[in-house]
Design a protein around this ligand. Sequence first.
Ligand SMILES: NC(=O)c1ccc[n+]([C@@H]2O[C@H](COP(=O)([O-])OP(=O)(O)OC[C@H]3O[C@@H](n4cnc5c(N)ncnc54)[C@H](O)[C@@H]3O)[C@@H](O)[C@H]2O)c1
Length: 318
Amino acid sequence: MKTQVQRRKVVVVGAGSVGATYCYALAQSGLADEIILIDKNEELVQGQVLDLVHGKPFFPAVRIGVGTEDDYADAQLVVITAGSAQRPGETRLQLLQKNADIVGGIAESVARHECRGVMLIVTNPVDVLTWVALKRSGWERNRVIGSGTVLDSARLRYLLGNHCGVDVHNVHAYILGEHGDSEFAAWSMTNVAGIKIDDYCPICNKCSDWKAERAHIEQQVREAAYKIINAKGATHFAVGMSLLRITASILRKQNSVLTVSVMLNGEFGLKDVCLSVPSVVSDSGIEKIITSPLDTEEKVLLDRSAAVIKEAIDSLSK
Ligand SMILES: NC(=O)c1ccc[n+]([C@@H]2O[C@H](COP(=O)([O-])OP(=O)(O)OC[C@H]3O[C@@H](n4cnc5c(N)ncnc54)[C@H](O)[C@@H]3O)[C@@H](O)[C@H]2O)c1
């Protein structure tokens, strides 16, 4: 008797900079058996897939193709990077509504095709659009997650590792809240080599004023996207790797703790808002939200971030 082996199928909606870079990283990783790209721009998606398949002699075995909505049905993961860029004269609010319509429509279609996997939202503003995708799909909250501040936390770890002269892999640090201007570093949860960052300071002994230095590091994280976009028009490499990290935890059931954007339902005293807090990510999406004991100042910052996101949600036409 033949046993049915489940193929690890990832569908990526949006074949622009972020979608294509993620597919390139995913193909090299060997994590997926099948990668399907969808975009409303037919010519672009055909071109991206052709470019990717020419790398097949150098990738682990993987099927890569252009897909349709029917591909949602047996996908284990649907990654949504589809969106519209801001046009001249267009306000942030108009762009928000446009992307909410795009992501909401895709989420509805994924649900209509009875996909049983996980939906990962990447399109910005990612926290608001994760909320939209959740509402429009009607799915349970663990299966709809946003890439949140996984990228921002990586930027923080990189900067801290650099500052302390320590391998980034020995730095644990989290950016929480909105993936945007109100995000903040949870310093109370930051450690280097298992030592709380404030206690590591005398060991590191690199700066005379750690409080000022850490404010500067946090500022650099917050401004990173603006700096890269000004320099080259878009950010795509590190976000591609962040998406790969989330994908690995889902497809390999890794239970990694990642700062993905999740719907809160009373955790941290917040409700009906999606934002980033440390969560255990596995094949069913969110296994558990870790209600870390934040200090008083961090709790104020989390509440402020939640208020910013809620205001954007309320501005959407219902
Ligand atoms: N969450 C994060 O950490 C993070 C980081 C970087 C970028 N982003 C966001 O990711 C999104 C994509 O960025 P990009 O640089 O790839 O943009 P892009 O413009 O290069 O690509 C977007 C693609 O979406 C497609 N698209 C639009 N509407 C569609 C629809 N209804 N169905 C299918 N495809 C559709 C477009 O044709 C385009 O190819 C943006 O919203 C960006 O802000 C998020």
